[in-house]
Write a protein that binds this ligand. Structure first.
Ligand SMILES: [Ca+2]
Length: 318
């Protein structure tokens, strides 16, 4: 394009030069002079539009480069350094918080049989979504991949609420698109209760005001916008680990797994019939379900209005 304009410019100058030779008749001279001027001016104008706005051209280029940098940030993310560090997943815009490597208390000596015993388990560091995956994020996944939105709950699809009515398989498909994974059961539990063995994300005393639930006197009528109860944050800043929606974990469920799990980075049984869900939901009214150590199983192909998920950074990123 640029070369063509230069040629046009040279042609115009040639026409103008010949028109100025002074050997043609006056009419021809009169015609050629304006024609040459028109070609020269036209070519100059075109050249100016193309090359004459260096600031605009450079801005566009820089803008493109910037957009490219945004579309391809450092992902998977580098390990965090301390509690409170955050990163953003460029694919779905989710904020992830850092859970440092180290030991925590997994399970319980006093809870249900499948939670026993309380053990010291060590995990590598990892990033985990601060909140549950939202309707808006899941819609983005569907639009990008052609996946279908799940059934609409009674309260409708509200962008800031957690997605519900998703199966374990749906959650895994989302994770593949978003470049993340479902948390292992151990990762979910550590993110919810920290290292001091507490019962709830906020401490050891039940408080219905610290989560979206139906435990009296709270009476949630539906899910709530994710992260709407900051007072229920876990030691790492995770929100809604208790309540709002149950959250799928990557692991198969086994009732004896807490007795036999490896002491470092346990990833669940090799096989099973059910997958693990954690944390309780908006429609639950039994306080034990909200304890960070409570384990629930469910058919991975099935779904309902109280179940959603959150994600962790991909393998090898921490
Ligand atoms: Ca939850």
């Amino acid at each position: 394009m640029g070369l063509m304009l230069v040629v046009l410019l040279l042609c115009g100058m040639a026409v103008l030069a010949s028109s100025l030779s002074g050997k043609e008749r006056a009419m021809k001279y009169a015609f050629r002079l304006p024609a040459g001027v028109v070609v020269v001016v036209g070519a100059m104008l075109a050249a100016f539009l193309l090359f004459g706005c260096p600031a605009r051209s450079a801005m566009t280029t820089q803008g493109d480069r910037f957009a490219g940098a945004q579309a391809q940030p450092s992902w998977p993310p580098a390990p965090g350094k301390k509690v409170g560090d955050t990163v953003v997943n460029p694919r779905d815009g989710a904020v992830l918080v850092w859970v440092p490597a180290g030991e925590f208390t997994m399970g319980s000596d006093t809870g249900a049989e499948d939670e026993k015993p309380a053990r010291k388990v060590t995990l590598s560091g990892y990033w985990i979504y601060r909140a549950e995956v939202t309707v808006a994020q899941y819609r983005k996944f569907c639009e990008a991949t052609g996946a279908l939105m799940p059934s609409k709950p009674e309260w409708g699809r509200q962008d800031t609420h957690p997605i519900v009515n998703v199966s374990w398989d749906d959650a895994v498909a989302y994770c593949q698109w978003a470049g993340v994974r479902l948390p292992s059961e151990a990762q979910w539990e550590k993110a919810a209760r920290g290292t001091d063995g507490r019962e709830y994300p906020w401490g050891n005393v039940w408080d219905a005001r610290r989560c979206v639930c139906s435990v009296s006197p709270a009476k949630a009528e539906s899910t709530a916008p994710v992260g709407s109860v900051p007072a229920g944050a876990s030691p790492y800043g995770c929100l809604d680990m208790a309540g709002n929606v149950w959250e799928w974990c990557a692991d198969w469920y086994a009732d004896t797994y807490y007795e036999t799990a490896p002491a470092r980075d346990p990833k669940g049984p090799a096989q099973g019939a059910w997958r693990v869900l954690r944390g309780g939901s908006w429609c639950d009214y039994y306080t034990d379900l909200f304890r960070a150590r409570c384990r629930v199983r469910f058919n991975p192909d099935d779904w309902n209005f109280s179940r959603g998920f959150r994600c962790v950074s991909p393998e090898g990123s921490s």
